[in-house]
Design a protein around this ligand. Sequence first.
Ligand code: MN
Ligand code: MN
Length: 463
Amino acid sequence: MSRKSEYTHEYTHILKNDKRCMDDAFDFCEDYKDFMNASKTERECTNRIIEMAKENGYVEFDKSITSVSQGKKFFVNNRGKSVILITIGKEKIDKGVNFVISHIDSPRLDLKPNPVYECEDIAYFKTHYYGGIKKYQWPTVPLSMHGRIFREDGSFVDISLGENDDEPKFIITDLLPHLAKEQEKRTLGEGVTGEELNIVIGSIPIIDTDEEIKEAVKENTLKILYETFKIKEKDFARAEIEFVPASKATDIGFDKSMIAAYGQDDKVCAYPALIAEIENEKPVKTSVTVFTDKEEIGSEGNTGMKAEYLFEVMEDLADIQKVKVRDCYRNSICLSSDVNSAYDPTFADVFEKRNSSHINRGVVLTKYTGHAGKSGSNDASAETMAKVIKLMDDRNVVWQIGELGKVDIGGGGTIAKFVSRRNIDTIDVGVAVLSMHSPYELTSKLDIYHTYLAYKAFLLNNN
Ligand code: MN
Ligand code: MN
């Protein structure tokens, strides 16, 4: 028997610290799986969040109101692709608010603006991948089509095709091993190139005409698209169409302890944040829970965290309460609620075990991200770490620390630095993920539940 030291600290399995949470965690994750299946893209996720918010008493924020009272709940819909939920606290916001910011975009394949072509009697879509993907992972995976496309007359259609059993799906081909001798000499990064990620969309030529049509399969495919969605080839130039894995979120393991799903980075943090926010009633401090877009391509654009949309709403709120927004920021804490890379024993070389997050060891507090000497990282202060750790410990939330990988082996970033530059104390807090950015990411149910408990504990922060 080993002696328990008074001085050391070991990060261990959640069930060693919280023996009774398993049933609650498994229940929580049933709803999480439903949420994932209904929220494959940032637009669908925004719709689902607003739907759930409205069901729970949130009303659209109107900046012309003259007062707000404790417990009042608002939502702000930014262009259908990012959303802010607010619960007004007892204190005015110049005393500080509790920000929880996750992102709802995920790596995927976007269509090019002129995507349709035919080659040797097969019709295809050209794609341009979005975010950091390992391109070789995407061929031979059933794909579904999502997005919005505008027509000549200004009307639009929202498409979701390939999610239901009776709907067609789409696929990218790969070379058979028998003929892949040369392909297999390529590096893994070049194993399948970006211009090889072409999606098969049809193979039957148009036959209802006597005249010879040049590209008859493309013609027939466009005819079906017109009959189904009333769209023409030119309309792809006024569209945002995303192809994502058609898979459903599913339990993994004999013990059903894990979940595989597409897009868990970062909806595995967005969902617990959403539930914690909805359940936040009459807080001391105002909570501002943000579901942002474009994190996977550097938080660019007017729906990403480099934009002003959140900070303008904060200014409006400050105006209503007749306080200064910069006082609010100085006194606020933000959880940048994003995932971390879980230690993978199969690829142990890239991790420094003592400082990596592990699945089932709880919510991950990531002090810094970045690469090559913390470059590009927010790097949370000792004071911020201390405050957040105390909040977790006081509520028995099981937490662990996490670093992205060994020093100088790679790196990454989150939205944290785009918030902290406003003079807001910010720290990354989220779920450990295996196979991150793959078509089917893996997480632990216990971790997801303790991440929810972490956000709940944080929203009770009143100092
Ligand atoms: Mn992320
Ligand atoms: Mn990511």
